[in-house]
Design a protein around this ligand. Structure first.
Ligand code: FE2
Length: 342
C-alpha cells in the first residue's frame, strides 16, 4: 500500500488564463487544453501533473498520491477503511480524467481532499516546456513537495505518518511545530506546519539546473509583488529556491539541488533555532506562513548561525569539477571532513 510519490496536484480556480501565463511563461510548464474539464500542465513525460479542475470548487485542492499498482491501491483503501476513514472508489470516468488506471479518494483529518492512484499514463508526445528550461526533477521522486498548514499536528501525524506510512526526515517543535516527511529519496514530499491558517501553503517544483531557477527569478522580479520569499537556501533539504505567489492563494517554490535521504542510514532529527533559518535568503518565508503580517512589535527572527554551509547537491550532467589544486581549499576541506556538520 506504500505511497511512493506526489503524483499530481489539482486546484479549483476560475483564473485559467492567469494560471496559464504564470505556469508556462513563468515556471516553464507545458499547457494542455482539457476543454470543458479545465486545463492541465505537464512537467515531464506524464500526461499531466498540475490540473486546473473545473469539477473542484473555487479554492479547493486535491492531492494525488501514487502507489505501485492495483493491489497496492486496494490494500491502501482497506487500511484506510479499517481506520474508519471513508474511501470512495472513483468511477472509470474520473480515473480517465486523471489519466490513471485506478483511483480512490478520501480526506485527511483537516478535510483536505486526497486521491491515491496507480498507472499514470505516459504522453505519446515529448515534453515541450513553456520556456527554455532544462526540465524538472521528477520520475520516482514525484512532481515535488507540498507544505500544508494543519490545525492539529497530532491528528495530521497520526494520519500521514502512522496510517499512510510517510517517514519523518526532520522536525521542529519551536517556535512552530513542523514535520518534514518523505516517501522516496526526496527529502520531503510533504511538510506539515501547525496553524494558524490551514490548507496548502506551497507546491515545490525542482529544476535540473540552478540557472533555470535564476531565470525564473528574473521573470518574477518584473512583478516584484509576486515574490513572496527571496532567493535562498534551506538548511534541511539544502534546496536553493524562491517562492512566488500564484493566481490562487498558495505559493510555488521553484528550486534546485534538493538533497536525497536514504532510509538505510537516515536518522530523523529535531531542528532548533537558529538552525531552522535558511543559510541565506528566503526573506519573507516565515511571514508567509503566518496569518497576515507580523505585529510591529514581533521579535525579529535570529540571523542564521554564522558559517552554516553545506556541499551542493548535484547530479551527473549539471556540474563540472574545477581543475587545479588549491592548498587553502584542500586544508579547509580536510578540516570539514574531520568535523562533519560544520
Ligand atoms: Fe518547500
Amino acid at each position: 500500500m506504500t505511497i511512493q510519490a506526489l503524483g499530481y496536484l489539482g486546484i479549483g480556480t476560475a483564473a485559467l488564463d492567469a494560471w496559464s501565463d504564470f505556469a508556462t511563461n513563468g515556471i516553464g510548464l507545458q499547457m494542455v487544453d482539457r476543454g470543458a474539464a479545465g486545463r492541465a500542465f505537464r512537467m515531464d513525460d506524464r500526461r499531466q501533473r498540475l490540473i486546473l479542475d473545473r469539477a473542484l470548487p473555487e479554492g479547493a485542492r486535491c492531492f494525488g498520491w501514487e502507489v505501485a499498482d492495483a493491489a497496492a491501491l486496494d490494500t491502501l483503501a482497506a487500511r484506510l477503511e479499517g481506520a474508519g476513514v471513508a474511501v470512495r472508489r472513483e468511477p472509470a470516468a474520473r480515473a480517465d480524467q486523471r489519466f490513471v488506471s485506478g483511483l480512490i479518494s478520501f480526506a485527511d483529518p483537516a478535510g483536505n481532499r486526497l486521491e491515491a492512484f496507480h498507472g499514470a499514463e505516459i504522453a505519446s508526445e515529448p515534453f515541450r516546456p513553456g520556456r527554455a528550461i532544462s526540465g524538472f526533477r521528477t520520475g520516482p521522486l514525484g512532481m515535488g513537495h507540498v507544505l500544508m498548514a494543519v490545525p492539529r499536528m497530532d491528528a495530521a501525524l497520526g494520519f500521514y505518518r502512522d496510517l499512510l506510512g510517510f517517514r519523518v526526515s526532520d522536525f521542529i517543535r519551536a517556535p512552530v511545530s513542523a514535520y518534514f516527511l518523505h516517501v522516496n529519496p526526496r527529502h520531503h514530499s510533504l511538510a506539515l506546519v501547525e496553524g494558524p491558517r490551514t490548507g496548502l501553503h506551497h507546491l515545490m517544483m525542482e529544476f535540473y539546473t540552478l540557472d533555470d531557477v535564476g531565470q525564473n527569478y528574473d521573470i518574477a522580479l518584473r512583478t516584484p509583488e509576486r515574490i513572496a520569499a527571496t532567493l535562498g537556501r534551506h538548511a534541511n533539504d539544502l534546496m536553493t529556491s524562491f517562492y512566488q505567489r500564484t493566481p490562487s492563494d498558495f505559493l510555488v517554490e521553484c528550486g534546485w539541488g534538493g538533497r536525497d535521504v536514504d532510509d538505510a542510514t537516515w536518522q530523523p532529527k529535531e531542528m532548533t533555532m537558529p538552525d531552522i533559518v535558511s543559510f541565506w535568503g528566503h526573506d519573507g518565508l516565515f511571514t508567509s506562513l503566518g496569518d497576515g503580517p507580523p505585529p510591529a512589535d514581533a521579535p525579529p527572527l535570529p540571523p542564521p548561525a554564522p558559517g552554516r554551509r553545506a556541499p551542493l547537491q548535484v547530479m551527473e550532467g549539471n556540474y563540472q569539477r574545477l581543475s587545479g589544486a588549491c592548498p587553502w581549499w584542500d586544508a579547509m576541506a580536510a578540516r570539514a571532513e574531520a568535523r562533519p556538520g560544520t
